[in-house]
Structures are given as structure tokens and as C-alpha cells.
Design a protein around this ligand. Structure first.
Ligand SMILES: Nc1ncnc2c1ncn2[C@@H]1O[C@H](COP(=O)(O)OP(=O)(O)O)[C@@H](O)[C@H]1O
Ligand SMILES: [Mg+2]
Length: 233
């Protein structure tokens, strides 16, 4: 579905990604791993169109999307839940969710997506009229994921799924992602809890110093003695 070849990107004189290759297959859950500063958020930003690629190719179903702005990538099915969620904190849960549908012209589709999101995260239906900024961190993350799902994405990208959230909400959040995956959603996630995400994902790859240094089926990667080495220092 998504194919990245020879991708380089950076900020001023800093190269954050160096000739990186990555494939995401339709229907799979790919876990992007790596230490702080590895370039994970930069990569997700390039995929969503928020960070410019300096070199290389980014293709979605074979189409070169490198020059497309974020809203057109969203229309083609790439939705990003950014680190820190970026909700409209003064607006209600429902208003936040509906903000995710601005690219959809079909009102029937909006209703179906809202039903689907509320089924996945019942707490969002219960709190539809609550101001998003007053939700718990876990509920805010559910709202941010829900808002992304409202756009009918085919590829859902989530940066730091559980960072800063109470341990109690981690299980339900991953259970919801597992359900989405079961329904056929393609997932690309960044998560610090490596054993947790590798217990759910199909495949993992480790980014370090702007390059993929390791990758493979989640079950194999999980038991690889070389894995912890990439997270130290
Ligand atoms: N907006 C920015 N301006 C300058 N440098 C940045 C910016 N965002 C990230 N960086 C740098 O790019 C590198 C990769 O960062 P990032 O992609 O955020 O890594 P990760 O998400 O893996 O922690 C780091 O050296 C970071 O300091
Ligand atoms: Mg990051």
C-alpha cells in the first residue's frame, strides 16, 4: 500500500532521515520502534505531508504522493494522529470528531463513521457533549484516534500511542487498535512499550539515527537479543 524509497528529510543542517526504505502492506500492523530522536516522528510527518522530503519516493498504491499537501493525502486515505493529540481542547468531543469529516462530502458516510467510532470507543458517545480538554489523557487519545477515523482512512498512523497515559487505559486502547486491525485497517504506530506493541503488530522495524537498522515479523523481533541494544544510549 505504502512504499518509501531512498527517503531523506531533515531540519536545516540536520539530517533526520537518511535514505530510508519502508513498505507497509495493506491490512498489516507495522510497529515503528526506536529511541528518542531516531527520526520516527519525522518519518510520520513526511508520510502525512507535514515535513518535506528532500530526496526519495513516497508512493501510495503506486502513486507518487510526495508533492501532495496533507489534506489531499488525508483524502487519499492517510490519517495521522500526531504526538500530543492536538485536539481542539475548547470544543466538545462530538465537534472534534466531526472536524475529522471535513474532507467527506457524503453525510451518510459521516453518520456511519460516527457510529463506528462510538462502537469502538463507547466512552466517546457517553461524553459527546463534554469539552475535549476536560477528558482524561486516555479519553483524549481515543478522541484523537476517533477524529482520524472519521475521515475514512485506509492507513491509520499513530505517533506515541500511549506516551504519558495512565497504565489503566493502555489495555483498552490497544484492544481497540487490535479490533480495528481485525476489521482490516492498515496501521502504522510508534509506541515506547516495545513488548506490548510487538504482542499486537504483525511486523516491526527499528529506526535509529534516521535509518532502519532492524526489522522483521513481530514474534521474531520480540525475542531478538539484539533488539534492546538499539534503545540504550
Ligand atoms: N522541528 C524540528 N526542528 C529541528 N530539529 C528537529 C525538529 N523535529 C525534530 N528534530 C530533530 O530531528 C531528529 C529526529 O527527531 P524526531 O523525528 O522527533 O525523532 P523521534 O520521534 O524518533 O523521537 C532529532 O535529532 C530531533 O532533535
Ligand atoms: Mg517522536
Amino acid at each position: 500500500m505504502l512504499s518509501v524509497r531512498g527517503l531523506s528529510a531533515g531540519y536545516g543542517g540536520l539530517m533526520a532521515l537518511r535514505s530510508l526504505d519502508l513498505e507497509v502492506k495493506a491490512g498489516e500492523w507495522l510497529a515503528l520502534l526506536g529511541p528518542v530522536g531516531a527520526g520516527k516522528s519525522t518519518l510520520l510527518g513526511v508520510l502525512a505531508g507535514l515535513v518535506a522530503a528532500r530526496q526519495g519516493e513516497v508512493r501510495l498504491d503506486g502513486e507518487d504522493i510526495r508533492m501532495l499537501p496533507p489534506h489531499l493525502r488525508l483524502r487519499r486515505g492517510i490519517a495521522l494522529v500526531p504526538e500530543g493529540r492536538r485536539l481542539f481542547s475548547g470544543m466538545t468531543v462530538r465537534e472534534n470528531l466531526m472536524a475529522g469529516t471535513h474532507a467527506l462530502s457524503d453525510p451518510g458516510m459521516r453518520r456511519r463513521n460516527l457510529d463506528r467510532v462510538c462502537e469502538l470507543f463507547p466512552v466517546l458517545a457517553e461524553r459527546a457533549r463534554q469539552i475535549a480538554g476536560t477528558l482524561s489523557g486516555g479519553e483524549q487519545q481515543m478522541c484523537a484516534i476517533g477524529r482520524a477515523l472519521m475521515a475514512s482512512p485506509r492507513l491509520l498512523i499513530i505517533d506515541e500511542v500511549t506516551l504519558g497515559l495512565a497504565p489503566l487505559v493502555v489495555g483498552p486502547l490497544f484492544a481497540a487498535l487490535a479490533e480495528l486491525h481485525r476489521q482490516g485497517m492498515t496501521l502504522l504506530t510508534v509506541e515506547q512499550n516495545v513488548p506490548l506493541v510487538l504482542a499486537h503488530a504483525d511486523r516491526g522495524c527499528v529506526l535509529s539515527g534516521g535509518a532502519i537498522v532492524m526489522g522483521g515479523p513481530a514474534g521474531v523481533l520480540r525475542d531478538d537479543p539484539d533488539l534492546p541494544r538499539h534503545f540504550i544510549g
